[in-house]
Design a protein around this ligand. Structure first.
Ligand code: CA
Length: 748
């Protein structure tokens, strides 16, 4: 807990003001020691605010509060909106803050438990013509302040005007569509703005499963050739995984320096605009999937002295990506890379450096007059980390150093050798090439606020207590009702459990059979669904048998379904060592039934059996508008048996042509499929359908008497590999003519 200077003074200040008030008989809000208790007092205080004033919100919850802080301070004496005590004032419900005027400071506000009724939570303007200049928002928190409608868009922070500063704030858990922080350039009064965005903590942002999940965007394609002159420094980006672009730079002459990117899926992208300086930034991937570095597009971009370690991202999320452009590009497509440089950067254990990335019929303009020099590339595992997609003769390579035995993308400008490293402040440096010293960087300690701790948003199983329950009617329902996030509900081996009510899961839970060997506990259910994963819910099922024997005689039952309504938090579903059988009382009985506007971070089926099912097992195909939106990121199926499944076993769908996301990703292995997909109600006519899946690894599976696998490969460079699979009395794989890899396939 840090104490603001304000907390030292209330008593003396109160005493002083009480004396003054009693002398003058004054009864204005200021007479209460500057403490504001309601919106009427707030409005009066703002209306009367003079340079140097401090308006303090009283401790407690401010519900449905729309603050308009419009006033005129001076450089020497700003007007401050602050709080009685930091960490004790919460802005909740349908609230927001609009700032306009000059020399205003806002500090200590915490937005949580609600969402903005407008399109912005904190706005540096009151309306289109009334903007903030020379204003500062500092030590504020926005924590999961999300519109419950996943695809209802808003911005958490919109910076308009000029010379504003946004610093030492914490922004955690943006879940709905829309950029977390946007610098707007939509009128001349907001251009050449010289804003400063520094020392902020950008906390975890889950995968959105759509474009529009950027953490920071500066400009838009429409104003991309306008100077913004925004400085972004010493910010900590912690697992900002919303989409492909952690940062989307879309204007000219911005500077990004000394920022830290920790396990972020995506890149700092110079999407539009020229003359960007990207210097002394630190990217730590820790080998997490899709972690990326820096992507160069457009002209006169300088990428200097950056440090990248453990980044695994491929294609547009490589550690360093230099794109191809579109000849005579329209503003919203890709300008050619010209006059740009990547100099003295270090890449350690990064898997992909992508040159001329995105090369295709449209993006045919290769980089010109661009240099890649004095960079250091070391990789213990991979000898060749460079992918050259097109003609790289427009890139000059000079003085780059590769680790011993590593392959260069071109003969000139690289030397491969044994490189000695020193460690300085946790950073590996070499005298040979790359960054030579560490000048300072964003850390968890020098960013955000010290007085607030946001909860982790991503589900973690098994962190709570073990609750053992005996067999009986609604035993699981009753246990779930009493449970807390992370708890483990343990059923007794061989026990029979009958659930007469659907079980709503609103937090992370594990339900498992006990460790003894008397046979799996069996669960039957009488409602149309057994488990409903509601917003915030996540489920791990282990070692149980689920039978449809008691389910109602109606079409469309499901063992597990998502919320019928929009889910703003991603869920996880883990199934291990389970048996699902006799889901056949009526047609279209699914294992999982999902609804639109829901998103699974991951679904895994391991060592489980699925037998006699009239519907589908995993059908994740509800986003059919082809907007680039989809329903699941990672699907893993390993060691499972699918037998007599009327519908599809696995159906993944991602439509549209947007390239801003990574998924869906499928890994299917060591599984067998018997008589899958033959029901006439199965309109797909397939046992597995994959549409727009970005990465599919299908290996060591058998298909006997099944409908075919159907592949529709679109968007970007989808990778599909089918290996060591055997098809008996099953039609050949159907595809849309796009290439994919097949090895060691047998048809009987
Ligand atoms: Ca984007």
């Amino acid at each position: 807990m840090t104490f603001s200077p304000i907390s030292y003074f209330p008593y003396s200040r109160l005493l002083f003001l009480l004396i003054i008030a009693s002398v003058l008989g004054c009864n204005s809000p200021e007479s209460k020691g500057g403490l504001i208790h309601n919106m009427a007092e707030f409005r009066a205080a703002v209306a009367n605010a003079k340079p140097g004033d401090k308006i303090l919100l009283a401790n407690g919850v401010w519900n449905d509060a729309e603050f308009v802080f419009q006033a005129q301070g001076t450089e020497a004496a700003p007007i401050t909106l602050s709080v009685e005590e930091k960490g004790k004032v919460f802005i909740e419900g349908k609230s927001n803050l609009k700032i306009a005027g000059e020399y205003l400071v806002v500090e200590g506000l915490v937005f949580r438990n609600g969402y903005t009724p407008t399109s912005e939570v904190i706005s540096f303007r009151v309306n289109e013509n009334t903007l903030a200049n020379h204003c500062r928002v500092t030590e504020c928190v926005i924590d999961s302040y999300n519109n419950p409608e996943r695809f209802e868009s808003d911005l958490w922070v919109a910076i308009y005007g000029k010379n504003n500063r946004f610093d030492h704030n914490e922004l955690v858990g943006k879940g709905n569509l829309g950029v977390t922080v946007a610098v707007r350039l939509n009128t001349p009064e907001s251009q050449q703005n010289f804003h400063q965005i520094d020392h902020n903590y950008f906390g975890p942002r889950e995968i959105l499963g759509s474009n529009g999940g950027e953490t920071l965007r500066i400009g838009t394609s429409h104003y991309s050739l306008t100077n913004s002159n925004t400085l972004v420094e010493y910010n900590y980006f912690d697992r900002c995984n919303g989409e492909h672009e952690i940062i989307s730079n879309k204007s000219c002459q911005n500077v990004f320096r000394n920022n830290t990117f920790f396990e972020c899926q995506g890149t700092l992208t110079m999407r539009h605009g020229n003359e960007t300086l990207v210097e002394n930034n630190f990217f730590f991937g820790n080998r997490k999937a899709n972690t990326g570095g820096i992507r160069i597009i457009n002209e006169s971009q300088r990428v200097i002295n950056n440090y990248c370690e453990g980044l695994t991202g491929y294609r547009f999320r490589g550690a360093l990506v230099i794109m191809n452009g579109v000849p005579n590009s329209t503003p919203n497509r890709y300008f050619q890379v010209k006059n740009s440089e990547a100099t003295s950067n270090t890449f350690i254990d990064c898997d992909y450096i992508q040159l001329c990335a995105g090369s295709d019929e449209e993006r045919s303009a290769v980089p010109v007059n661009t240099s890649v020099s004095n960079n250091l590339f070391l990789n213990k595992e991979s000898k060749n980390i460079f992918t050259v997609y097109d003609d790289i003769s427009g890139i000059t390579f000079q003085g780059n150093v590769l680790g011993e035995g590593m392959e260069a993308p071109t003969s000139a400008g690289f030397v491969s050798k044994s490189v000695a490293l020193q460690t300085q402040d946790g950073i590996k440096i070499s005298s040979e090439a790359g960054i030579k010293s560490v000048e300072g960087r964003a850390t968890l300690d020098n960013t955000g606020v010290a007085w607030y701790q946001a909860e982790e948003i991503s589900p973690v199983f098994g962190t709570g207590t073990v609750i053992k329950i005996e067999p009986g009617e609604d035993a699981i329902f009753n246990a779930v009702a009493q449970s807390k996030a992370g708890d483990i509900i343990e059923l007794s081996q061989g026990g029979k459990y009958l659930e007469t009510k659907s079980i709503d899961l609103i937090h992370t839970l594990t339900i498992r059979g006990s460790a003894s060997s008397e046979g799996k506990p069996e669960i039957q259910f009488e409602k149309s669904t057994l488990f409903n994963i509601e917003n915030g819910g996540a489920l791990s099922l282990q070692g149980v048998l689920i039978s449809g024997a008691s389910s109602p005689d109606q079409a469309g039952n499901a063992v597990i379904r998502t919320s019928r309504y929009s889910m703003v938090q991603n869920y996880k579903l883990m199934v291990k060592d389970c048996d699902f059988r006799d889901l056949d009382v009526n047609h279209s009985f699914n294992v999982l039934k999902i609804f639109k506007n829901t998103f699974a971070d991951s679904i895994s089926l391991v060592n489980s059996t699925f037998t006699n099912i009239t519907g589908s097992v995993l059908s994740l195909n509800e986003e059919t508008e082809d907007l680039g939106i989809y329903n699941v990121e990672n699907v893993e199926v390993e060691g499972c048996t699918f037998s007599k499944i009327g519908g599809v076993a696995i159906d993944l769908y991602r439509g549209g042509s947007d390239e801003s996301t990574f998924g869906p990703i499928l890994n299917l292995s060591n599984s067998s499929f018997d008589e899958v997909g033959l029901n006439k109600r199965n309109k797909s006519g397939a046992s597995i359908t994959l549409h727009g899946v970005q990465l599919a690894m299908i290996h060591h599976n058998t298909f006997t008497g099944c409908s075919p696998i159907k592949l529709h490969m679109v968007v970007g460079d989808p990778v599909t590999v089918i290996e060591a699979c055997e098809f008996t009395n099953t039609p050949a794989i159907q595809d849309n003519g796009e290439p994919y890899e097949v090895h060691d396939i047998r048809y009987n």
